[in-house]
Structures are given as C-alpha cells and as structure tokens.
Design a protein around this ligand. Structure first.
Ligand SMILES: [Zn+2]
Length: 272
C-alpha cells in the first residue's frame, strides 16, 4: 500500500452528465479512501451504491451523490493507494480519456513508499448469477488478487474475450489502466435516450462497429474491451475501502453485479 504525498487535480467533462467536472485527490491523515463532502469527510465504504446506469454512483450519508467513480477508484486500487481524500466538484468524476490512464500516471508520481496494508481476505467462496443478463460472478480465497474475466457479445465487433491474471500495480499500469470505456455503435441511441452518455465523444469512448473487430492499431491493448471490464471491476471492488485478497471470476458481469459482490463480501466479514 502507498500513501499519496501531494494533491493532484483532474478536470474535464463528465461522460454521462456532459457537465464540466473537477476532482482533487490528496493525502489523508487516516488510513482509508475518504470523500470530502458538504456534510464532512466520509469513507468510501459508507456510501450506498448504484450500478444500474452504465456507471457506479455513490450516495453518501449526507445525501451527496457522486457519479462515475469507478475509473478513479480503479487507478487508486490498481496502484495500491489506500490513503487519500477525494474532493469532487460537479455531479461526477471527469471522464478524461475514458480509461484510468490519466489518473494512474498522475497519481503514480505522488505515491509514497509502500507501507503495510490490512487487506480484506476472502475467507469463503461467494457466487451468484443474474438470470436476466446470464451473467455470473464468484470469489474464492487466494493469497493474492487474481481475476478471470470473460465478456461475451453476440456482436462480432467484440465477440468473446478473456482476461486471466494476477493484478499487480505493474500489470495494472501497462494493461488495465489504458483500456477505454467501450460501446457498440448500436447501443448509442438507447444510452442517449436514457439521458446518459451526454459527454461521450470519440476521445473518451471506444466506439465499436457491431459487425467488425476494431483493428489492433485502434486498440490500446489487445482485447481492450475485456481489459476495461477488469478495470471497472477493480474500481467497483475498491468501494470496500481496502485491497481484496481473492480470486474473482466474472462472466458477463457489469457494475450492478460487481456492487452486489461488494455487498456480499462485506456481509461475509461480519461476525456470524
Ligand atoms: Zn468503465
């Protein structure tokens, strides 16, 4: 675990609101990831979560909502940063380039030396599925944080992609952080009709033609979509407020399922 040693500020459009948003990330005296809000300083794990609108929204005990937290939280968890105060202005965290790259590169410059962290050790298996989406997610005990993730789309532009590996800060920076938010061209109208994606543009979303796989030169990493799915998963699990030791297996998962896993891991830690 590293401690942030200086403030970093990020500004830009919010992917869903289309509004100008600003967030600063700075050092925290106490261990944990905190949000500095009108009602005070709240740990990330105190928030209610909602993953039903193509992103993760947090609602804190003072009623403040912060949308689209997952790519910033992924950058912090991916770099093993678990001491920070986040201060957001605007309805959501800025999209930047649609990935965690800008956050991760900037925060890695102010991450202090490694310190001992108290991880969340998954003690028993947790597994569940979503009959509506056909998705499935599970976590089993492991000494490290490992992820097996499968996405499977009928659209040939994405098809079936698999990620399988132990997530270290080095792997995160090289393979996960650069992977951008993706959308199928056929989904865009439906997303806009829901009032979402107002800030989406060619420089912050990878738009994939339904019928054709994007050529390698249009992807930042091979199989960019599944790497972004892993990024989202890492960001959602960060809401636990501490690193997870376990192997997560996710098949056609999304924010809603990731956040349900967070709830079930939390419940499993409570005394029986
Ligand atoms: Zn995402």
């Amino acid at each position: 675990m590293s401690r942030i040693t200086a403030n970093r500020v990020f500004e830009g459009v919010g992917i869903h609101s289309g509004e100008c948003c600003r967030v600063s990330v700075g050092p925290s005296r106490e261990k944990g990831i905190f949000f500095d809000l009108p009602g005070g300083l709240f740990p990330v794990e105190s928030a209610e979560t909602d993953g039903t609108s193509r992103g993760t929204r947090l609602t804190f005990p003072d009623g403040t909502e912060v949308m689209t937290v997952e790519h910033l939280l992924a950058a912090m968890a991916g770099l093993d940063i678990w001491n920070a105060v986040i201060s957001a202005t605007g309805p959501e965290i800025p999209a930047m380039d649609g990935s965690s790259r800008v956050f991760a590169e900037s925060l890695s410059e102010v991450a202090g030396p490694a310190e001992s962290a108290l991880p969340i050790q998954v003690a028993r298996e947790i597994a569940f599925g979503d009959p509506c989406s056909g998705g499935f997610i599970a976590v089993i005990p492991s000494e490290v944080f490992e992820v097996t993730c499968v996405i499977s789309y009928e659209a040939k532009g994405i098809g079936r992609q698999v990620f399988d590996g132990t997530v270290t800060p080095d792997l995160f920076i090289k393979q996960i952080a650069p992977a951008r938010t993706f959308v199928l061209a056929s989904e865009i109208r439906g997303i806009r009709d829901r009032g979402l994606g107002r800030g989406g543009a060619a420089d912050n979303v990878l738009v994939i033609d339904d019928a054709t796989l994007p050529p390698p030169e249009f992807q930042r990493v091979p199989d960019e979509p599944v790497h972004h799915k892993v990024l989202d998963l890492i960001g959602d699990l960060a809401i636990l407020g501490a690193p997870v030791r376990g192997r997560v297996v996710a098949y056609r998962s999304g924010h809603k399922m990731h956040l349900e896993l967070v709830r079930r891991i939390r419940r499993s830690l409570l005394p029986a």
